[in-house]
Write a protein that binds this ligand. Structure first.
Ligand SMILES: Nc1nc2c(ncn2[C@@H]2O[C@H](COP(=O)(O)OP(=O)(O)OP(=O)(O)O)[C@@H](O)[C@H]2O)c(=O)[nH]1
Ligand SMILES: [Mg+2]
Length: 464
């Protein structure tokens, strides 16, 4: 049986063959599997995720012409996202693009013979092309092998490219652990389908997946409990929290930077520039302090197990008082992206009432400087340009109103003794906007404050 697999695998890549042979040797020498060693695991991950640092790409956009698999987005829109994905990788270039109609996504070779021939001709005429990116969520190994044999080029799918970007951008320990978890989830899925895994006993694989998953998750959990501490601390301070979410590259980081003037924030024209959740303090027009949370961007058509690995980073977003949804007004797939973000938010907050979730969402249209007059009307709460500083005052005014309403904060004026315990308590538990002496009685001051209903009740209980 093992020799049979050997014959089939001879056709696949050299790297896979080397791993296979080393596993065969291991099998014949011990005839008894132990858990896979770290180096074997690393070889396996490498065989799927090791991608050269530079490639000159042909992007192929397959699309289903009709039927239930037809997407609500045009192939041209998908292609423009595929180009942005490749351009995000340093030293990768887009040499050419093709859109190829399909009647099904389930054909083993993906393309019919006519399309296959058409692509072959393009590849033959362009020897500089070193890789073909098929912009489809995840290709089966058998499909990849067939395409590799036909085109004699490295074959990439969307999953591989997104993983490569995430790996390139993961700097913090948390982000790196999440990338490892995503890789593990991918290998687990592939172990059910790909021949290469048949060389290991299913017990050895199961044990290895279990142990590694536990290890990574417990490390993430440690980091998360640290984050929970931060979260509780934040709650104690009682600042309103605004989670800034949206499709990747919409301008989330740019908007937070514009609202907080925080120099450390670095917006980039890249997909998945932000992989870590970070918190930034800002001040709204009447002086109310607010915390903005920068989050990982969303992207459509990615296997769910990849998203799940980054879900933890969005937990804070769902707990926030307000979810500020940043949308790129200039994007040709505006509606599609909006729907995708809302669907993911709904699926993340499945325990939450969907009306509660919708009532928390404040929609900001960004990049209004790129809008042409004839662009169709987009339904948003306010439009801005984070980069050009347009509409930011209006945004802050509207956002403040939204926060006061959703967090049941109110702006009120209290008459309290001058220099008394009351003002000290208010400084700790509310936002003081103004303190002016009472004209009729200088022993008192008029304090204009923003206060939550809970704290107002406490104030009344202690002092009135
Ligand atoms: N023209 C224009 N460009 C903008 C505006 N806001 C942001 N950008 C650009 O859009 C690109 C993406 O901005 P980011 O702020 O990094 O976007 P993001 O949503 O944080 O992206 P990810 O972290 O990758 O999900 C950058 O090149 C910004 O300079 C804007 O108002 N107008
Ligand atoms: Mg960002």
């Amino acid at each position: 049986m093992i020799l049979g697999y050997c014959r089939i695998l001879r056709k696949s890549s050299n790297r896979l063959r080397r791993i296979y042979i080393s596993a065969c040797l291991r099998y014949s020498s011990s005839n008894n599997f132990e858990e896979l060693s770290d180096s074997e695991y690393n070889k396996l991950t490498d065989s799927y995720f090791h991608i050269k640092e530079a490639h000159r790409c042909l992007i192929i956009q397959p699309y289903v012409k009709w039927g239930p698999k037809k997407l609500n987005i045009t192939p041209e829109e998908q292609l423009s996202e595929a180009i942005a994905l490749i351009q995000t990788l340093p030293s990768w270039t887009v040499e050419d693009t093709l859109t190829v109609p399909l009647d099904t996504l389930d054909r083993k070779a993906l393309f019919k013979s006519g399309s296959m021939e058409r692509i072959k001709q393009v590849v033959i005429q362009r020897p500089e092309i070193s890789a073909i990116f098929i912009n489809s969520s995840s290709l089966k190994k058998a499909t990849t092998v067939i395409l590799q044999e036909n085109f004699k080029r490295a074959i990439m799918d969307r999953y591989k490219i997104v993983m490569k970007i995430l790996k390139t951008h993961a700097i913090s320990k948390h982000a790196k652990l999440q990338v490892s978890l995503a890789e593990l989830a991918y290998l687990k899925k592939k172990s059910e389908q790909d021949l290469i895994f048949k060389t290991y006993s299913s017990e050895a694989l199961k044990l290895m997946f279990q142990n590694r998953e536990q290890k990574i998750k417990s490390e993430i959990e440690n980091l998360r409990s640290h984050r929970n501490l931060l979260r509780n601390k934040r709650k104690k301070i009682d600042y309103p929290v605004v989670a800034v979410v949206g499709y990747t590259n919409a301008g989330k980081t740019s908007l937070i930077k514009a609202l907080t003037n925080e120099a450390s924030l670095q917006p980039k024209d890249q997909l998945f520039a932000t992989l870590d959740v970070t918190v930034h303090k800002g001040i709204l027009p009447s002086g109310l302090d607010v915390l903005y949370i920068d989050t990982v961007g969303f992207i459509s058509d990615i296997p769910t197990n990849l998203i799940e690995c980054f879900v933890a980073t969005l937990e804070d977003a769902l707990l926030a008082d307000v979810i500020l949804h940043v949308e790129d007004l200039s994007s040709i797939s505006f509606d599609y992206k909006r729907q995708h973000v809302l669907n993911v938010l709904k699926s993340l907050g499945k325990d939450e009432n969907s009306d509660d979730l919708s009532s928390k969402i404040f929609a900001v249209g960004n990049k209004c400087d790129l809008l042409k007059l004839d662009t169709e009307k987009r339904e948003t709460d306010v439009n801005v340009s984070a980069q050009k500083g347009i509409g930011l005052n209006e945004l802050m005014t509207q956002l403040e109103k939204f926060i006061l309403k959703s967090t049941q904060r109110q702006k009120i004026t209290l008459k309290i003794p001058n220099g008394g315990e009351e003002i000290r308590w208010l400084y700790k538990n509310a936002t003081i906007l103004e303190e002016i002496p009472d004209e009729n009685d200088y022993q008192y001051i008029m304090a204009k404050v923003i206060i939550t209903q809970v704290n107002l009740n406490k104030f009344k209980h202690y002092f009135i």
